[in-house]
Ligand binder design. Sequence first.
Ligand SMILES: C[S@@+](CC[C@H](N)C(=O)[O-])C[C@H]1O[C@@H](n2cnc3c(N)ncnc32)[C@H](O)[C@@H]1O
Length: 532
Amino acid sequence: MPEGTPTQATVVIEQGRRLSESLIWALQRGFYARAGLAAWKPKAVPFYITSNAFTARAYARTVAGFLRDLVAAGRIDRAAPLYLVELAAGSGQFAYLFLRRLAEIQEQVPALGGLDLRYVMTDFAESNVEAWQIHERLAPFRDSGRLDFALFDLERDHELRLRGAGVTLSAGSAANPIVLLANYAFDSTTQDAFQVTDGVLQERLARVLSTQAEPDLDDPDLLQRIQVRYDLAPVGATRYDDPRLLSLLEGYRRDYREASFLLPVGAFRCLRTFESISSGRLLLLTGDKAVTRDDEIEHAKDPTFYVHAGGAFSFLANLHALSRYFEEAGGTALNVDRRDQRLKVAALTTAFPDVAWDETRLAFRRSQEDFGPADYHALVFGLRQHNATVPLQSILAQIRLGCWDYELVFSWREQLVKLAPEAPAWQQADLAEALERVWEEYYPIQRDLAFELARIFVVLKRPEQALRFGHESVRTHGPHYLTYLSMGYSCVLLGREAEAVSWIDRSLELKPDNAAATSLRASLLKRLGGGA
Ligand SMILES: C[S@@+](CC[C@H](N)C(=O)[O-])C[C@H]1O[C@@H](n2cnc3c(N)ncnc32)[C@H](O)[C@@H]1O
């Protein structure tokens, strides 16, 4: 993730505040509330690693394991809905891909058939919620009642009003356990910071510095100028009013000679809300830039504060503390024991007496530990950056591994255009099928996949498909001279030469000096007998 932290911040603009009470959080909230969908532009807030098709499949498989265990233990009331609530759902891409995989699994696994699963997308930014409500890819799930939406501030709200069903989820209202999904949510919401030195626990109070005097502390650009430093202060016995948080703090003091750690207090507030709604029956499946290991805590360094290019910031989420929180209350914590901090996924359950988590453990092992979302990301981005000459079958293998991840088409588009025409017919057929699958799985946010598919279908000499994607590109992203040109080529391949000329005319209107278009037009007119 990009870091844009300024280097010369010397002017103190705040000090002596608990980290969770620092002005930085208001800036963060302001950023997301303002940005809405613009946060999901390329090079803005990172979301690919948590929201791609591979990650969504890995999560769906883990959730399916959890549901199978509950079914086997007779712990689901089939007459009532079972809610899967996604916190801070952002772009909505994860939800779409997760829902597709979960629906597939439900069809294939008889034990899960007939469960009334209802997915609820939530965020505190109204513009995100509104965009999902009208997103055409989400519409089939919405219309069948399997998908609902709620405006929900995970740090402040205690109930959720489902916009579709008109139902409110509040304390004790869920008949079934709840699955909570949270990606890049708990690294971006409020934290407190602590330090243990020689068995003494102290709080790290925030000192916020800027590169200049800041008369306007609401200035949206402020985040780009600040650094956070810390001053140590004693911790009183009643630091929190929640005994579970006090016990966590005491655990860190007791178990570590030296430690620097954050407590995600925003996340804990949210967990208490859902423990209350679900009467203590919860699975939290969460992925974050995170610490999980002792050696990531046993030091005296300041917490890492990342300011992203788009304007938001994040810390490393303390999945170690979240795991302890569940375990100390009799729950189960499944973690991926890796040092790579870019994305660590954890499956955390509250105490469910007499439920064996065999299926959950197996699914977690297969889909997260053996080869998980961070591995997938490292593999496909590594290949893209370091080997521009992979053969077509390796690109196809990546697309299958990635569960038809559209990003791979963008990554390999030039290779695909180059290799596809030379491939044997059987491989061209495999590629054409794979590209149609990629399209089915595509959740359009900002980019024009249809345009890329049209180009590849032209060189595959599959003009109907090329034309279909050309029309789709114009519908969703407006006219472009290259789109019109590829539509012209498609019509040539179809033998519809007069129509080809009309697409090429449109292309030339947008870019009159295109030599390829001009010469194709001339030769077509000649063939049509009309002259140049
Ligand atoms: C880093 S993004 C993560 C989005 C998505 N889960 C992903 O992985 O791409 C953070 C999201 O959290 C939302 N958010 C920030 N603070 C929130 C809060 N207190 N309650 C609910 N959503 C919040 C923002 O609107 C944004 O959509």
